[in-house]
Design a protein around this ligand. Structure first.
Ligand code: SF4
Length: 368
């Protein structure tokens, strides 16, 4: 290793942060400083599989080695400063503080079939989708691989990580493909058999439509799931809801999604947030079905989750059912995702981690 990949990442803290380094990188660090290879493996197992937060608890390392390690290295991962549980217990929202004081949120969703951990890839988000509270914060900074994987290390202990009904989705704060290198490294760390050992088939990356990065991801050999956040069937409306559409319009996004499905053999998920009176007409349903049929895809319909100052509302449940019924005969697969966590502001598009939101601007005018 020419350069220490963790050194200096967080200024003002003594020692290199080992959390976020791959087992191979830790091994290189250890070998370079005269430590045995197998000690590096032991340490990685403690940190990632057993989620030890300090060297003292690594009891199969000698006392003198633990003392030496704590003078040269540190284990720093996001710290849970608050946890909110929904009254029914189906959702828990975690507020994390990072070493520089920035705050992010992650959500654990539970139901009988499956647990899902929804993690953040950035503090805030630059993309300013108008139906999303996170977009109203702006981008504060990218998360490091350790800060991304650290969310799993903190939330994971409440779950059996080996249980088959367990998924990780990049649908928290931020656009994961706008922080491509760090997200990719975090996925590789989560999947590493010497580390968390989580199958990439349980991991889904959800994007607002970073077309070049979708194509790059298709070639990484990772086979993670891909979800595209579509939300409109015309470029006019999509550009209004999601400014990224001006750079990568629907046609190029769908082509990239098709390429991804072909390269990975995985069906893409089309996420579609229903906004009353805007994108829920029978014509929208027909266009959405056509897009879904052109891909190996399933459609996931979501209710809009309101937040302070949001200029939209969700269709009533009957209207959502009617929209799904219009899609069903001609779209390949349709699910209506039950919104969970809305009562604790933990649902999709509601995460702000206590940061102030900017007023919403649309077509040059304040509408918040
Ligand atoms: Fe960012 Fe996703 Fe929110 Fe859009 S929907 S502003 S990409 S976090």
């Amino acid at each position: 290793m020419g350069q220490d990949p963790a050194a200096g990442r967080q200024g003002g803290h003594a020692g290199t942060n080992l959390f976020g380094l791959t087992p191979a990188e830790i091994e290189e660090l250890f070998l370079a400083s005269g430590h045995a290879r197998f000690h590096a493996r032991q340490l990685a197992q403690w940190m990632y599989r057993r989620r030890a937060g300090n060297f003292e608890s690594m009891t199969d390392l000698s006392r003198s080695l633990r003392a030496e390690l704590s003078t040269r290295f540190r284990i720093a991962r996001p710290e849970v400063v608050q946890r909110h549980d929904s009254p029914g217990g189906e959702a828990a929202k975690y507020l994390f503080e990072l070493e520089d004081g920035r705050r992010i949120e992650s959500v654990l969703l539970r139901n009988k079939q499956r647990h899902t951990i929804c993690i953040s890839s950035q503090a805030g988000c630059a993309l300013a989708c108008t139906f999303c509270a996170t977009g109203r914060i702006g981008l504060l900074r990218d998360l490091t691989p350790g800060e991304i994987a650290g969310q799993i290390a903190e939330i994971g202990p409440v779950l059996p990580l080996e249980a088959p009904a367990f998924n990780i989705v990049f649908m928290g704060m931020g656009e994961p493909l706008d922080n491509y290198d760090n997200v990719l490294k975090a996925i590789r760390l989560l999947a590493d058999p010497e580390s968390f050992n989580i199958s990439t088939r349980r991991i889904t990356v959800s994007t607002s439509g970073f077309v070049p990065q979708i194509r790059m991801l298709a070639g990484e050999g990772l086979h993670v799931g891909l979800a595209i956040s579509l939300n409109a069937t015309t470029d006019r409306l999509r550009s209004e809801l999601m400014p990224i559409n001006r750079r990568y319009p629907i046609r190029t996004l769908v082509e990239a999604a098709r390429h991804y499905a072909e390269r990975t053999g995985r069906r893409v998920t089309i996420e579609y947030v229903l906004l009353a009176g805007l994108n829920d007409s029978p014509e929208d349903a027909a266009r959405l079905a056509k897009i879904a049929r052109s891909l190996p895809a399933k459609v996931n319909l979501l209710r809009f989750n309101p937040f302070e100052g949001a200029p939209y509302s969700s269709p009533v449940p009957e209207a959502i059912d009617a929209f799904a019924r219009l899609l069903l005969p001609s779209a390949p697969a349709v699910t209506v995702r039950q919104s969970r966590g809305e009562d604790i502001m933990a649902a999709c598009g509601q995460l702000v981690a206590g940061q102030p939101m900017r007023p919403l601007r649309r077509r040059g005018a304040d509408i918040a």
